[in-house]
Design a protein around this ligand. Structure first.
Ligand code: GLA
Length: 730
């Protein structure tokens, strides 16, 4: 009788048992300071429980019932009301998936990296999802992605395919994300999450970070600061359209769903095939945004950015110096002048190519990657030779994915473009620019050869600025099958990535910059192929402070191209002193974007000194830990940040005055990231020789004093700036 009662009870409460706290299998994904906890049991649901600070005894999370107890990768079809991670239609028209835990496998990759693979299955269909969790222990980073396998009777259609799904509970969640436009990228927005769905997404197809970025920080206990707040930070490693949703319900629960944007992208997965979703990185910080950024920067330099731990060269890019007006004389002169300033790499930007149609402006020539005989009658050889004589490396600008209607390439291959055959193709820049269809292997091969052939012909080319100034306007591919037109947004990028891989395999030493109308390609999807990104076409130093501030939340200084340009600035017309321009550029990967002979002899002298100074602090800026101290939009008229070497024996502090404070004495600025017990000698560097603005010159202080009390600086006029070097002394 009791047995029968038990069975009745079990049947009555079956769903509760299924979704309940069965702790037979507790799966932990651990890093040095964080843990992600799941529960699962073969044949039952795989449940997400917790992500946060390391818990000594993880069973506490289960016993206290504080875990989330939520499906870790929920699919549409059962309980349909909520946003899900996956949506699939099977060959028989069934639109549901119901996934259960099958197995877990832990693989140790090396002392720092481990991979946990959790296999989920559907008991009605031969359909399987593997959720992968790759941990970088020291950096507190988890990379999450899924492999979706169709072993059924025919093709399935994926309508939604998130990389990662994380549920959290919070009384007062605040979301930090980034919004911008051309010339004004990466503005930080911090807003309270309210009930409903907040979405960050992109659908340009190509230039995916000009307006938003697939990166966020979610503060779980109210608005966070640089040093305080429990934060989940995440960023998607994908070069195309993305979508990150924050679905908040009335019960203090926020589901974070992130991955490729599925809009107009349903994907037919043939029988026997696997769809790999892009990786999504997560870190958890219990010490505010600053720590979250530093975790990501460290991981990025060590594991993601191309050659992320190598020193970056100081370069001069020709764009704002001569624009399209390239001649041999002008290029040689710029190289000679830059070499005298101590530069290391010269990059010839747009305007050097095109035979039948020389590239004089944006209206022609993309696709015709031949040196213009009109502009450079002696070819590239004399330029490369002069660079070498000057001790400079030589780099060149390319926009290989694009084509102009006025080009020999278009005359030969009008069918290679992304277009709809029965409609007029909308053109971009110069009313001429269109997009090559990178889903087509023939086009991929062409693009590969654009780069490969150039590098074979000119093996001394050391650097490529890879631009992409168009987007998908007329969505359509004459290469893809009719029923797979919706694959274009994705196949374009798989084709592009394959091409980059092929280029890098043939030319492993080439250094590449991702540019896209300025900062349109700033993601870890790109940075696994690129050494750096062009941060913005806006080179005004005051604007850059804000743009670089936002960018620094996810991307480290060694990848952030930051150039000194002419005054008045070409984008804003604002006049800014050279020192300020240099100091701002020195907080990232320093470069120049002007003709050095536009500087007066005194200014050239200063530039030479500044370049030398940057060389002496480059390792700290490029490989050190970033501490953001005062935000440019804090309203106090000052912006300030510093870098500290990993050993904490050296640091470099920057402060910028953003307004006139004529009658005020500034409060001391508290430094961060130093060792309290070490002693540091502080000295102003990169000064103009007209008197220090640091009150204590060459004095020695403890790290504790510098962090608790701070340093006294005086800056009372807009566009003054100061750089202070800290060196440990015994
Ligand atoms: C884009 C880039 C610029 C420059 C031009 C050249 O706009 O962002 O830096 O290279 O193209 O046409």
């Amino acid at each position: 009788m009791i047995k029968i009662l038990k069975i009745i009870l079990l049947l009555l409460f079956a769903p509760a048992v299924l979704y309940g706290t069965s702790v037979d299998e507790v799966i932990t994904i651990e890093t040095k300071n964080t843990v992600m906890i799941f529960t699962g049991h073969p044949g039952e649901k795989f449940l997400f429980q917790f992500y946060g600070d390391k818990v000594n005894d993880v069973s506490q999370v289960i016993r206290s019932a504080s875990g989330m107890n939520e499906e870790a990768y929920p699919a549409f079809g059962i309980e349909c009301s909520k946003e899900k991670a996956l949506q699939v239609t099977h060959p028989d028209g069934n639109m549901s998936a119901d996934l259960f835990f099958k197995s877990v496998e832990k693989i140790k990759i090396d002392d720092n990296i481990s991979l946990t693979k959790v296999v989920l299955f559907d008991n009605a269909y031969a359909f399987q999802v593997t959720v992968n969790y790759k941990t970088y222990f020291q950096e507190d980073i988890v990379e999450i992605w899924t492999d979706i396998l169709n072993e059924g009777t025919g093709p399935v259609t994926l309508f939604k395919f998130a990389s990662c799904y994380i549920p959290v509970r919070s009384f007062d969640p605040w979301l930090t994300h980034f919004h911008g436009a051309w010339g004004d990228e990466f503005n930080l927005i911090e807003e309270k999450l309210e009930r409903g769905v907040k979405v960050i997404k992109n659908r340009t197809g190509i230039r995916n970070t000009q307006c938003d970025n697939p990166s966020f920080m979610l503060s779980l206990d109210g608005k966070s600061t640089e040093e305080n707040g429990d934060i989940i930070a995440g960023s998607l490693e994908w070069t195309g359209n993305y979508k990150i949703s924050f679905d908040m319900d009335e019960k203090y629960k926020v589901n974070i769903i992130s991955g490729i944007n599925e809009d107009a992208s349903q994907y037919i997965l043939e029988r026997g095939n696997v769809f790999h979703t892009p990786k999504f990185i997560l870190t958890y910080s219990n010490k505010g945004k600053g720590l979250a950024s530093r975790n990501i920067h460290r991981w990025a330099r060590e594991y993601k950015i191309k050659d992320g731990t190598s020193e970056r060269m100081i370069l001069l890019n020709s764009w704002e110096g001569v624009y399209f007006d390239i001649t041999e004389d002008k290029i040689l002169k710029m190289m000679d002048d830059f070499a005298k300033l101590g530069g290391e790499l010269f990059v010839m930007d747009d305007g050097w190519f095109g035979d039948k149609y020389p590239r004089n402006d944006g209206t022609s020539s993309l696709g015709d990657w031949i040196v213009s005989p009109q502009k450079l009658p002696n070819g590239l050889d004399p330029l490369i030779k002069r660079a070498e004589e000057n001790g400079l490396k030589f780099g060149i600008w390319l926009e290989p994915e694009m084509i102009c209607d006025k080009s020999e390439l278009f005359e030969q291959h009008p069918d290679w473009i992304v277009h709809q055959p029965n409609r007029t193709t909308l053109k971009g820049r110069g009313k001429s620019e269109m997009l090559l269809d990178m889903s087509n292997p023939v086009v991929q091969d062409f693009v590969y050869h654009v780069v490969h052939d150039l590098l074979v012909k000119y093996p001394k080319i050391a650097y490529i600025k890879w631009d992409a100034n168009h987007f998908i306007s007329n969505y359509g591919s004459t290469f893809l099958d009719q029923d797979k037109q919706s694959h274009l947004y994705i196949e374009y990028h798989l084709g592009l990535q394959k091409t980059w891989e092929r280029i890098l395999a043939s030319h492993p030493d080439i250094v590449m910059q991702a540019s896209s109308s300025g900062g349109g390609r700033v993601t870890y999807g790109h940075l696994q192929y690129f050494h750096e990104f062009w941060t913005s076409d806006n080179t005004d130093a005051l604007s850059r402070l804000n743009i670089q501030w936002g960018t620094s939340h996810f991307f480290p200084a060694n990848a952030m191209a930051s150039h000194v340009s002419a005054s008045p600035n070409h984008q804003t017309n604002r006049e800014i002193p050279l020192k300020f321009r240099f100091d701002v550029a020195m907080t990232g990967r320093l470069g120049m974007e002007m003709r050095p002979d536009d500087l007066t002899p005194e200014e050239q002298n200063f530039a030479k000194g500044a370049i030398e100074t940057y060389k002496s602090i480059r390792s700290i800026v490029q490989q050190g830990d970033l501490y953001r101290i005062i935000a440019p939009n804090d309203g106090c008229g000052i912006a300030s940040l510093m870098y500290v070497s990993p050993e904490k024996d050296r640091g470099v502090f920057f402060a910028f005055s953003l307004s006139n404070n004529l009658r005020y004495k500034l409060p001391p600025i508290k430094l961060q990231g130093l060792s309290p017990n070490m002693k540091y000698k502080i000295a102003e560097i990169n000064n103009t020789g007209i008197g220090s603005k640091l009150s204590a010159y060459n004095e020695i202080f403890t790290g504790e004093f510098l962090m608790n009390t701070g340093i006294q600086i005086s800056m009372n006029k807009v566009c003054q700036s100061i750089v202070v070097e800290l060196v440990e002394v015994p």
